[in-house]
Design a protein around this ligand. Structure first.
Ligand code: NAP
Length: 279
């Protein structure tokens, strides 16, 4: 590996100081004995386009893009992966040898992979799926569930119009349910997904009654701080299988690392430990 060129990557957002991505990517750089670094790139919105143009000049192999730039950064791409186009947002940029910027969105891939890692026998078409929330995480998760074969997604969001927008874009598998009906929307489902921020560190817990939820339903939460949200704790105690948001975060990083460094990295217990130690 000694002839390998130094590879510079990072995460562009505002704020970015809280990002766990440097821990993940720098862990892999060390694990695979590569030369490179993954740095924080705090960039305010007004500077986004200049910063993206600067990636090539600064010798970056690419970067991740996070809040608040995931949508706006698309406009600066020379090419977009079809999934990123469908999602309407990017989270990964790869600088091509000619300097062209290619945009990808690996969040949906990360989500589905995290479910398959936890439950290899899981199938998206096993029964209705209820998704709470209609923000950025929901866009990635709902689209990837549909692409994976989900037949019925009950989409419940506090602001109904945002759920309706997603249903209009993503097609007839998405059925919008009023927020007030959320407890009843758990009846007969195979899977429940929380993509709201409720239950995240610093936020109130999700206001949801699980009494209608079948005990065989899988419960997943996109949140990873804390690793076990009150929703997951309640679900676990009543016998439901649960999956937290850390696997989504770790898995979305794998294809990006591969594009920049040429190695598809593994999620090992050591990596899980290194990231969990930052919480
Ligand atoms: P976002 O675009 O801001 O969406 C936030 C969602 O939460 C919206 O649906 C919003 O509903 C809902 N919400 C906010 N306050 C609420 C309340 N009081 N009651 C009910 N619903 C409420 O955020 P996002 O990017 O989708 O992120 C959502 C969560 O997913 C965050 O906790 C984030 O950490 C997590 N996430 C995890 C990963 C991962 O890799 N694991 C990746 C992305 C995001 P309204 O439309 O009504 O405002």
């Amino acid at each position: 590996m000694s002839s390998q060129k130094f590879v510079l990557t990072g995460v562009m957002g505002h704020p970015v100081a809280h990002s766990r991505s440097p821990v993940i990517h720098n862990h892999w750089i060390a694990q695979y004995k590569l030369k490179g670094s993954y740095v924080l790139l705090p960039v305010e919105s007004g500077n986004l386009h200049d910063a993206l143009k600067g990636l090539k000049a600064l010798g970056f192999a690419g970067c991740n893009v996070t809040i608040p730039h995931k949508v706006e950064a698309m406009k600066a791409m020379d090419w977009l992966h079809p999934v990123a186009k469908q999602m309407g947002a990017i989270n990964t940029i790869v600088v091509q040898p000619d300097g062209a910027l290619h945009g990808f969105n690996n969040d949906g891939f990360g989500y589905i992979q995290s479910i398959k890692d936890a439950k290899p026998e899981w199938r998206a078409d096993a029964g209705p799926i209820t998704v709470l929330g209609a923000g950025g995480a929901a866009r990635a998760i709902v689209l990837s569930l549909i692409n994976e074969g989900a037949k019925e997604i009950r989409l419940v969001n506090r602001t109904k119009s945002k759920a309706q927008d997603l249903a209009n874009e993503f097609g007839s598998a998405v059925k919008v349910v009023d927020w007030i009906e959320r407890n009843n929307a758990l009846s007969g489902i195979a899977m429940l997904v929380n993509t709201t921020n409720q239950g995240m560190h610093g936020q109130p817990e999700l206001d949801l009654n699980l009494s209608e939820l079948p005990s065989a339903a899988l419960v997943s939460d996109a949140i990873y701080i804390p690793l076990e949200t009150p929703l997951l704790a309640t679900a676990r105690k009543r016998g439901n299988a649960t999956v937290n948001g850390l696997g989504m975060l770790l898995n979305q990083a794998r294809p990006a690392f591969q594009a920049w460094f040429g190695v598809l990295p593994e999620i090992t217990p050591d990596l899980n430990k290194a990231v969990a130690a930052t919480f």
